[in-house]
Design a protein around this ligand. Structure first.
Ligand SMILES: NC(=O)c1ccc[n+]([C@@H]2O[C@H](COP(=O)([O-])OP(=O)(O)OC[C@H]3O[C@@H](n4cnc5c(N)ncnc54)[C@H](OP(=O)(O)O)[C@@H]3O)[C@@H](O)[C@H]2O)c1
Length: 217
């Protein structure tokens, strides 16, 4: 597998995925709006694993978006500012959207309605030459960060391009204890993206970092 670029890779999800993939022998590049922040995050991730030099690289978001597989790990609120500069670099690339629309009010977390059906479909509209895949919505960054424990999650993968979905499911399955599960077309991202408030509510009640698994698969 070619190097994986992680846009917004300085946050908890990006660092967690980077560490797990590097642990699995894959090459990753952490991206940020600020190259110094990307470098610091890459050094921190590399220091946590026994990976050969160069396994965890760093760059600007635009630089890392030129890799063959690009994972979007910015918050929903940051997409509008991030995507326009990625149109060129991501042409012909697989772009993985992990983004969950999430808001909080007095009753706790909820998923606000998203124009276009889902965040992943918004990304597909903004990056028309990329092959957009939705995945990793329900994997906890905290669980990913605990590198000594296998993750124990299924990772539902949605895409309109079967080949792209299969590649991303393979990347999910490369993470210790994870299994990528190809679900179906990109529009089903709408269903995956709204699970996060459920998981956060369960986490609060049961004091855990819950993920999901399909029974009898
Ligand atoms: N955390 C989880 O457990 C988890 C699990 C599944 C999915 N997700 C999804 O994964 C995404 C990342 O989650 P996270 O917790 O890692 O997020 P985060 O820490 O809030 O953000 C990740 C990175 O995005 C960049 N960023 C922040 N605001 C931005 C803006 N307005 N414009 C452009 N870039 C901005 C920052 O990097 P720089 O400042 O270095 O540019 C930041 O380090 C979210 O969309 C979330 O819904 C998270």
């Amino acid at each position: 597998v070619a190097r994986i670029g992680i846009v917004g890779g300085t946050g908890p999800l990006g660092r967690g995925l980077a560490a797990r993939w590097a642990q699995a022998g894959l090459e990753v590049s952490i991206g940020s709006r600020d190259p110094d922040r990307a470098r610091a995050a890459a050094d921190e991730v590399a220091s946590r694993i026994d990976a050969p030099p160069g396994t965890v690289e760093a760059g600007t978001n635009v630089e890392v978006a030129a890799h063959e597989v690009v994972v979007l790990c910015v918050p929903w609120s940051g997409l509008e500012a991030t995507l326009p500069d990625l149109v060129g670099p991501t042409a012909g690339r697989i772009v993985v959207c992990t983004v969950n629309p999430l808001a909080f009010d007095a009753d706790g977390p909820y998923a606000p309605a998203v124009d276009g059906g889902s965040v992943a479909q918004q990304v597909a509209a903004a990056l028309p030459q990329a092959s957009v895949v939705g995945a990793f919505h329900s994997v906890s960054a905290r669980v990913l960060a605990d590198l000594d424990a296998p993750v124990d999650d299924h990772v539902p993968v949605v895409a309109d391009d079967d080949e792209a979905a299969a590649r991303v499911a393979e990347l999910a399955s490369a993470i210790a204890g994870c299994r990528g599960v190809v679900v179906g077309p990109l529009r089903l991202a709408a269903t995956l993206e709204v699970l996060t408030p459920v998981l956060i509510s369960v986490n609060r009640r049961y004091g855990t970092h819950a993920g999901i698994r399909f029974s009898r698969l």
